[in-house]
Write a protein that binds this ligand. Structure first.
Ligand SMILES: C[S@@+](CC[C@H](N)C(=O)[O-])C[C@H]1O[C@@H](n2cnc3c(N)ncnc32)[C@H](O)[C@@H]1O
Length: 289
């Protein structure tokens, strides 16, 4: 990377405080991500009580996968409004919705913290988005103001502070990858403890104690999709890993990552944990904003 490339990369990331960038790699990664994390997101929304006929605000839509799942849950009598600060990725989300014949979603390109709506929503949902906001507590407060008095709040965020506890001497490559992930997120200003932090965020906003769950996709099968997913994480992180001087492209060797992780898992006979995440949901229970 030239110095100009580094500066451009850093600049791109300052606006959105978004570590994973805005490339086509990142769009692919978000779609792969949904294959891995989609079931837990659906479970979260079902447990939270999101159901047919509801109007749902979904923040940080990315390529649209959470919104698509919500559109099915609320059915044709319900509606989903998806918001993302990245207008390019919403073009992909809109095209995917059109291709799938989904009509009850509207995608809006905006900063989720700057929204105004004429009508209140039944539910608010976000996946892997608060950790990128400069002040998640303040953003959360603004977002729940769009809800009806008994509105549902459901968030899913990564918990990176627990991730190093999975280090083991038999898996040096995986340990190195986890270390690089932690360094790049920390350097970018993202919140590494947003998963566990959801509990405090809900309480401090005046909500009842949320129901919380910890999830970790884990696998060891030869054909598990998790190895390739980890590779897509590094495809997206690599520009910042290089820009921050954490490692070089040669050291990461992203094209061979999935193969090398799989080999290490098979040799060590230790299953591989993908990033851990926490889900939290609660109802406003009559609080009026
Ligand atoms: C890790 S991606 C998750 C996308 C999607 N929720 C999913 O799980 O597939 C985070 C998304 O949040 C968006 N984002 C970050 N800050 C935002 C903000 N202030 N307002 C709206 N969207 C934001 C990013 O552009 C990105 O698309």
């Amino acid at each position: 990377m030239t110095k100009a490339d580094v500066e451009r990369t850093l600049d791109n990331h300052r606006d959105a405080t978004y570590t994973l960038g805005r490339t086509s790699h990142e769009t692919t990664r978000l779609i792969e991500q949904s294959r891995i994390y989609g079931a837990s997101t659906r479970l979260l929304c079902e447990r939270a009580g999101i159901s047919a006929g509801m109007r749902v605000l979904e923040v940080g839509s990315g390529a649209g996968d959470v919104a698509f799942m919500l559109a099915k849950l609320v059915g044709t009598s319900g509606q989903v409004v998806g918001v993302d600060i990245n207008s390019n990725i919403l073009e992909t989300a809109r095209q995917r919705a059109a291709d799938a014949g989904i009509k009850n979603i509207q995608f809006i390109a905006a900063d989720a913290r700057e929204l105004t709506f004429p009508n209140k929503f039944d539910a608010l949902v976000g996946r892997f988005v608060l950790m990128y906001m400069a002040n998640p507590q303040e953003a959360f407060g603004k977002l729940i103001s769009h809800l009806k008095p008994d509105g549902i709040v459901a968030f899913q965020e990564p918990e990176y502070t627990l991730y190093p506890s999975l280090f083991h001497p038999d898996t040096p490559l995986i340990n190195q990858l986890i270390q690089w992930i932690l360094e790049v997120f920390e350097h970018s200003g993202a919140y590494l403890d947003m998963g566990i932090g959801l509990y405090r965020t809900f309480i401090q906003a005046g909500l009842p104690a949320p129901e919380i769950h910890l999830h970790s996709p884990i696998g060891a099968a030869e054909d598990w999709a998790g190895y390739r997913y980890m590779e897509t994480i590094f495809e997206s992180l690599l520009p910042l890993i290089e820009a921050y001087g954490i490692a070089t492209a040669e050291q990461v060797d992203v094209e061979t990552l999935a193969v090398r992780i799989r080999q290490e898992v098979l040799t060590s006979k230790r299953p591989f944990f993908l990033p851990i995440h926490v889900t939290a949901h609660a109802r406003l229970s009559g609080i009026s904003y």
